[in-house]
Design a protein. Structure first.
Lengths: 112, 115
């Protein structure tokens, strides 16, 4: 079963704008992660947020987590052409933290 | 840096063939995973392993089996390939004890076409 669901499925923005992607999940979790995938390649880990954290920053990335709503958002500020990729959220399960489930992803396209 | 290597980048097989997808990681990671990725469906977990000779079913294990005889190697086996197993297969590994979480390192993927 799909744990995370990203929204929107696809997003196109102008270079320099901010991009926001959302993720909803179903069960209680220990951690939520965001990954990036460039076309036809493997995924690369971006950032992890733990269930007791509400916000985390890494460079141009900002992640929020609302465990009461079972949702997370990923904000990429000052987007660049190189940010064009698919972005996935991934969650574990509070009872089974070695099983990592991914959502369907958001395809982000940065327009020049 | 941890490296996860998938033996074949592209494979073409015929229906009914037995297919082996190999994955090797070089950093002594405990956990290893196999996912398949299909358009519109995202990544779906097939099998994972948290130790040598240990395996657990993911969400879509039907038609697949796995082998983990050595810590660094996790093989995905399609006993009798079918056309609906045409997909991108992604292997990943993790070592949760340093971060307290399963941060996955992925291989580049193996694109399998079953004719």
């Amino acid at each position: 079963s799909q744990q995370g669901e990203e929204d929107p499925q696809a997003l196109s923005i102008q270079e320099g704008e901010n991009a926001t992607m959302n993720c909803s999940y179903k069960t209680s979790i220990n951690n939520l992660q965001w990954y990036r995938q460039n076309s036809g390649r493997g995924l690369v880990h971006l950032i992890l947020i733990r269930s007791n954290e509400r916000e985390k920053h890494s460079g141009r990335l900002r992640v929020t987590l609302d465990t009461s709503k079972k949702s997370s958002s990923l904000l990429i500020t000052a987007s660049r052409a190189a940010d064009t990729a698919s972005y996935f959220c991934a969650t574990d399960d509070i009872n089974r933290d070695d099983k990592i489930i991914f959502g369907k992803g958001t395809r982000l396209h940065i327009l020049p | 840096d941890v490296k996860v290597t998938q033996s074949s980048r592209y494979l073409v097989k015929r229906t009914g063939e037995k297919v082996f997808l190999e994955c090797v990681q070089d950093m002594d990671h405990e956990n290893m995973f196999w996912y398949r990725q299909d358009p519109g469906l995202g990544l779906r977990l097939i099998y994972f392993s948290y130790d040598v000779k240990m395996k657990e079913k993911g969400d879509i294990p039907e038609g697949y089996s796995v082998s983990r005889e050595k810590k660094e190697r996790f093989s995905l086996i399609l006993e009798s390939a079918s056309t609906n197993q045409t997909s991108m297969y992604l292997c990943a590994s993790s070592f949760p004890w340093d971060t307290g979480a399963n941060v996955l390192t992925f291989g580049a993927g193996s694109r399998l076409t079953v004719l």
